[in-house]
Write a protein that binds this ligand. Structure first.
Ligand code: NAP
Length: 191
């Protein structure tokens, strides 16, 4: 899979006002040592970050791996849920199932075009982040201010590739285990 192949499957949005294409954006919460999960679940309770997640993702196609899908208590409401698995017999009532990554991304772009939103969200987990980070245009990272034990990690991002465009501290509320900082990055020379 190359970046140009991804670019080719992006539909045009609002061609009446100019050519814009939906972005492929990652949203993730990670610890200082890049841990994102443990035993198939999140290794923390961060209510404020769940609110941030909802603000960013609502109304946008959400792509995820089968393990992340099974960690959710129910399908994310108000967002198409697209799930990737190699299991040809896998079924889920409130998600569209895919067995090929490009098919899932292509469908995400198609839905973004139909919904007239400017991004498709990749929401995990570790396997999908590792595979698709090189092809993503934008990152929403919640940097959790803690060192955590875990078995799922986010790749290290390079300052050569990513430009920080927004930073916001989220102090620890009584429903959060840790404080965190929301950082948004755009890929340098994004197509
Ligand atoms: N902190 C955060 O922001 C965040 C966000 C999301 C998830 N997480 C955490 O991350 C962990 C889950 O990550 P994970 O890496 O274990 O799992 P994952 O990426 O969610 O899902 C992996 C699964 O996706 C399917 N898959 C992967 N590549 C594929 C391909 N090329 N073609 C077809 N199917 C493919 C396979 O499903 P099958 O095995 O069914 O074939 C694979 O087992 C959990 O702990 C979760 O809580 C954290």
């Amino acid at each position: 899979m190359s970046k140009s192949i991804l670019t080719e499957i992006r539909p045009k949005l609002r061609s009446d006002i100019g050519v814009t294409y939906p972005k492929l954006s990652i949203i993730v919460a990670k610890s200082r040592n890049n841990v994102i999960g443990r035993d198939g679940d999140l290794p923390w309770r961060l209510s404020s970050d769940l609110k941030h997640f909802k603000r960013v993702t609502l109304g946008k196609p959400c792509l995820m791996g089968r393990v992340t899908w099974e960690s959710l208590p129910f399908a994310l409401p108000g967002r198409p849920n697209l799930v990737l698995t190699r299991d040809e017999g896998y079924a889920a009532k409130q998600a569209e199932i895919f067995h090929d990554m490009m098919d899932m991304i292509g469908r995400g772009f198609e839905l973004a075009g139909q919904m007239n939103v400017d991004e498709v969200i990749l929401m995990g987990g570790a396997q999908l982040y590792a595979r698709l980070l090189p092809f993503c245009d934008k990152l929403y990272i919640s940097d959790v201010d803690a060192v955590i034990d875990g078995d799922a990690h986010f790749p290290v991002i390079s300052a050569f590739d990513w430009q920080l465009i927004r930073e916001e501290m989220a102090p620890k509320s009584e429903k959060d285990d840790y404080p965190f900082t929301i950082r948004e990055y755009l890929r340098k020379n994004s197509t």
